[in-house]
Design a protein around this ligand. Structure first.
Ligand code: ZN
Length: 344
């Protein structure tokens, strides 16, 4: 437990100025710089609670990205989407119900795919129910299983989501992306290496101890829904905070059965309703896992709302994130946790 305590560090800072809104009297502004040694993230938590007062209009996105020019809508789907070579599947694509998985036409990894949930072009945040998403996630697991048979050396996998343009989504049509490989991405490598050194130093599992720590501390622990633990990240990687989920004791993606996936997506749908209520229209999600049982990486992931700052449409990513590799976050994780507790 003590080792976990030292993994989370806070520096308390204060900025001083003469306040033009209070007769130029001296004003102090307090903030925290948080360091998470496990993820390697440094984040500055500002005390002023930021709220998005108006929900951005999604109409302009829908007007620019119509069903008739969408490669994932029935009109163009067969003509425009890539297929697998027959050694992977003779069907060309993986299918589960209305969900399809196929190679990404613009791959950024050797094995990089796209999965769509259905032929529905736009699904609002409050309509992303468990049922809506289930086949789309199960078809990813089907694909991982097949790829492990064809390429036994692959070890790491992820399911990733840019929902809507503020989060990097290039198409309105809801879709997730999978990446698998022999080597982890930098973030997966960071956290699994930390878990390995923790195991060597303490003989204990980092994820089990972290969950126990957060539960006991009860500041960021949102809920346990059965096999999945939901927490607000101590040091978020996004300006609007971050939710962290861990699948308890699940050492590979294949440890997740249908009920676990169902539980995961039910949690997601609660988060999406919360984002919607808070006037967000966009988020990123990444689920990290292994394709072979590995106690150093329990299946886990992150979800973060994304937004543009009105009226200019200013990005929520700036020089601090891009060039200093630190995050400025005017959303307090512990406050977000309190709000989410009531929804779980
Ligand atoms: Zn579409």
């Amino acid at each position: 437990m003590n080792m976990i305590n030292t993994a989370y560090r806070k520096d308390y800072m204060v900025g001083t100025y003469l306040d033009p809104f209070n007769e130029f009297k001296e004003k102090e502004v307090f903030f925290e710089i948080r360091h998470d040694e496990i993820t390697g993230v440094t984040c500055r938590i500002l005390p002023a609670r930021y709220r998005i007062s108006i929900k951005p209009d999604i109409k302009s996105y829908l007007e620019k990205s119509t069903e008739s020019n969408c490669p994932f809508c029935p009109n163009l789907f067969e003509k425009m989407t890539p297929q697998f070579t027959s050694d992977i599947t003779k069907e060309g694509k993986f299918q589960r119900g209305n969900a399809f998985l196929f190679p990404n036409a613009f791959p950024h990894d050797r094995f990089n795919c796209v999965a769509i949930f259905s032929d529905k072009h736009f699904i609002g945040l409050n309509e992303l129910t468990t049922e809506t998403m289930l086949d789309g996630f199960l078809v990813c697991r089907d694909y991982f299983k097949r790829m492990k048979e064809v390429y036994p050396a692959v070890r790491f996998c992820s399911i990733n989501w840019n929902y809507m343009p503020p989060a990097g989504g290039g198409l309105i049509h809801p879709h997730v992306q999978t990446v698998i490989g022999e080597n982890p991405t930098r973030f997966i490598a960071t956290i699994s290496t930390k878990a390995q050194s923790y195991q060597e130093a303490t003989g204990s599992n980092l994820w089990r101890d972290l969950i126990a720590y957060e539960k006991e501390k009860d500041e960021r622990f949102i809920a346990s829904t059965g096999n999945i633990e939901w927490m607000a990240s101590f040091a978020p990687q996004g300006m609007a905070g971050e939710i962290w989920f861990v699948c308890n004791g699940k050492k590979s993606i294949f440890n997740l059965n249908d009920e676990d996936v169902n539980e995961l997506l039910t949690g997601f749908s609660r988060l999406f309703r919360y984002f919607d209520e808070k006037n967000f229209i966009s988020f990123n999600m990444a689920l990290f896992a292994t394709l072979v049982e590995d106690d150093n990486l329990w299946v886990q992931g992150k979800l973060m709302p994304r937004f543009v700052i009105l009226p200019l449409g200013t990005s929520d990513v700036n020089y601090f994130e891009k060039l200093h590799n630190e995050i400025i976050c005017p959303f307090i994780p512990e406050e977000m946790c309190k709000e989410l507790k009531s929804l779980f």
